[in-house]
Ligand binder design. Structure first.
Ligand SMILES: NC(=O)c1ccc[n+]([C@@H]2O[C@H](COP(=O)([O-])OP(=O)(O)OC[C@H]3O[C@@H](n4cnc5c(N)ncnc54)[C@H](OP(=O)(O)O)[C@@H]3O)[C@@H](O)[C@H]2O)c1
Length: 267
């Protein structure tokens, strides 16, 4: 198990949600953390909150779909801390809705937020991570196992992330860079959690999740420390993965039926 004390990690999408909790868990474990997100007000508020807890994170606002802004994120981080030991590709955009109602623009936005952000950041941080034999972690979802109804762009993006991470893992073997992918189940939403709908509006999420943000964040830390390649979280996630492996036809049948239940449609 590797000690992360004194190591530097960029956590994308850490001005709220799971990314914020990942940043906190890494700070508590003794790492230096770079916080990031587009909304600079929220970013500064999170930075202040962590400073009041006695930590000294760096906060850099960036839209990671834009390569120039990723470059800025990586360069400022390296100038400040001298190196990067890990990149946690957490930024994403959850979305629910039926494909026939989703505009081409919305579909592209979801792909860009979930896939392109990670590709851009990884591309730019890679030379630094090769120098430190660091870690690259992709925060994915059980949506990368099998397509799910009402989530076509999200599934497409997370499956793309899985393919990208598998290729990268093999290419990075000779450089001894760790590449891991963490499949989260449905995480307990904070009170202000919203999800993008097919009409382009953001709606609150009300359902309780299958795991806490803290357990998701601890799994990321475990993945980095043990240099694990893949973790699938939650019992439903593990069942989904197993059934997809032994009988994908059965999984298709169950999920197709499930989409008509009220619980499934709620958020
Ligand atoms: N919540 C769940 O149940 C669940 C389940 C499985 C997987 N996941 C995955 O876990 C990750 C975090 O989820 P979450 O629920 O915490 O999401 P969230 O609350 O919606 O937070 C998403 C984060 O990503 C940032 N972000 C989005 N687009 C960005 C862009 N173009 N450039 C830079 N930052 C961007 C957001 O900040 P700004 O908006 O300020 O940019 C925010 O900090 C995502 O990858 C998600 O797919 C979540």
């Amino acid at each position: 198990m590797r000690d992360i004390t004194g190591k530097t990690f960029i956590v994308t999408g850490s001005n709220r949600g799971i990314g914020k909790v990942i940043a906190k868990v890494f700070l508590e474990a003794g790492a230096s953390v770079v916080l990031s997100g587009r909304n600079s007000e929220r970013l500064e508020a999170v930075k202040l909150e962590f400073e009041q807890m006695g930590f000294s994170p760096l906060a850099i606002s960036a839209d990671l779909t834009i390569p120039e802004e990723c470059k800025q994120l990586v360069n400022v981080s390296v100038n400040h801390f001298g190196k990067i030991d890990g990149l946690i590709n957490n930024a994403g955009l959850p979305m629910r809705g039926r494909f026939e109602r989703i505009s081409a623009e919305l579909f592209a936005e979801v792909i860009n937020a979930n896939l392109l952000t990670a590709v851009n950041c990884t591309k730019i941080a890679l030379p630094e991570l090769i120098k430190t034999r660091g870690s690259i972690v992709f925060i994915s979802s059980v949506a990368d196992i099998h397509g799910l109804p009402n989530a076509s762009p999200y599934c497409a993006a997370k499956m793309g992330l899985r393919g990208f991470s598998e290729s990268l893992k093999m290419e990075m073997h000779k450089h001894k860079v760790h590449v891991g992918i963490l499949r989260l189940g449905f995480v307990d939403p904070p009170p202000d959690k919203t999800v993008l709908r097919d009409d382009g509006t953001y709606q609150p999420v009300v359902s309780k999740g299958h795991q806490s943000q803290e357990s998701a964040a601890r799994a990321v830390l475990r993945m980095v420390k043990k240099r694990k390649r893949r973790i699938t979280m939650t019992i439903p996630g593990k069942i989904l993965s197993f059934v997809n492996w032994i009988a994908p036809w059965l999984l298709r049948l169950i999920v197709t039926r499930m989409q008509y239940s009220m619980k499934y449609n709620r958020d």
